[in-house]
Ligand binder design. Structure first.
Ligand code: KPL
Length: 314
């Protein structure tokens, strides 16, 4: 896939499937630089109103399609250059199954999900390249009752996005996609260790998401002393599982990795808290499941993660 020229009319668009906070953030960032179609399930205006990290409001016009259960009917989206799946982990397979009769079997996919459940599954089954992204971009959709109710998505913190494929065969494609994100002003890079980076993100999500969702607090609250002992115990258990799973610790160590994300995304509502507040199912299984399964496989203690799993809304 070649890198498209700016505002070229005949470039096949990217299809972004899933108009949640991250899907809308990526769509709004990319749309001025790249043809794309955003597929959502709910009726919405053809603009995304974004509150940027620096606090300004931005309206970005883009093409939205409203398929019923993802079954897009418009001809133009038959041959997208890339399909970015930005749905929740549990919806991703169903979204792809519904769309795949209309896609070339070799269409490249980019998976944006948290956890480590759907990535190996789709990578093992899809005929085309399957890129996975690990992102620390933080965004949320504000509740209707808040002061910025007219905003569709708040970009709470700029993060970085790493892109690679689990088989290590599509580094050039990952570089092209990362370059498109760079053109859109996002920090992104291609990597050859995406499995490791997805597990690093898993460690971060396993701590931040369940605790913020259960206590209904913003990420930054987890820096408070009352959460520190629980977080330290969780991090210790997770780091033993990671070691057994052969995942290298990040250079700064596991505790600093988790604390760093708590600090940089302090103003964000975790995606799990957003799910709980909206009455949606959470990604509990996709995030805590792979860690607890790995712990059991290696006969390691998982009592802290298991207790967290049991108290996390599903
Ligand atoms: O990925 C996230 C999420 O909320 O799912 C973090 C990085 C924790 C940001 O909130």
């Amino acid at each position: 896939m070649s890198r498209p020229a700016r505002s070229s009319g005949d470039i096949p668009p990217w299809l972004i499937v899933g108009a949640g906070a991250l899907g809308q953030l990526f769509a709004a960032s990319l749309a001025p630089h790249h043809p794309l179609v955003l597929l959502g399930r709910r009726p919405a205006a053809p603009v995304v109103r974004l509150r940027t990290v620096d606090g300004s409001d931005l309206s970005v016009a883009l093409r939205r399609e409203l398929p019923s259960e993802w079954a897009a009917e418009r001809e133009e989206i038959d041959a997208p250059a890339l399909v970015m799946l930005a749905t929740k982990s549990r919806d991703t397979q169903a979204a792809l199954d519904a769309l795949s009769p209309r896609l070339k079997p070799t269409t490249p996919l980019l998976l944006l999900q948290n956890g480590f459940q759907i990535q190996p599954r789709i990578s093992g089954r899809w005929a085309g390249p399957v890129l996975c992204a690990s992102t620390t971009e933080a965004a949320y959709r504000p509740a209707p009752a808040t002061d910025h109710a007219s905003i569709d998505v708040v970009h709470a913190a700029a993060g970085e996005t790493w892109i690679g494929d689990l088989a290590g065969q599509h580094h050039d494609l990952a570089s092209t996609v990362a370059a498109c994100l760079n053109d859109a002003g996002m920090i992104a890079g291609a990597c050859r260790d995406i499995r490791q980076r997805l597990w690093w993100k898993l460690a971060v999500n396993a701590v931040i998401n369940p605790l913020t969702a259960s206590h209904r607090v913003l990420n930054g609250e987890l820096a408070k002393p009352e959460f520190r002992p629980r977080i330290a115990t969780l991090v210790a258990e997770i780091s033993r599982i990671m070691q057994a799973e052969g995942i290298q610790p990040p250079g700064k160590g596991w505790q600093a990795l988790v604390d760093g994300v708590i600090e940089t995304t302090a103003a964000n509502q975790s995606s799990m808290l957003q799910d709980v507040l909206a009455g949606r199912p959470t990604e509990r299984d996709a995030i805590l499941g792979p860690l607890i399964d790995a712990g059991c496989r290696h006969a390691l203690e998982t009592s802290t993660l298991t207790a967290l799993y049991q108290t996390t809304p599903n």
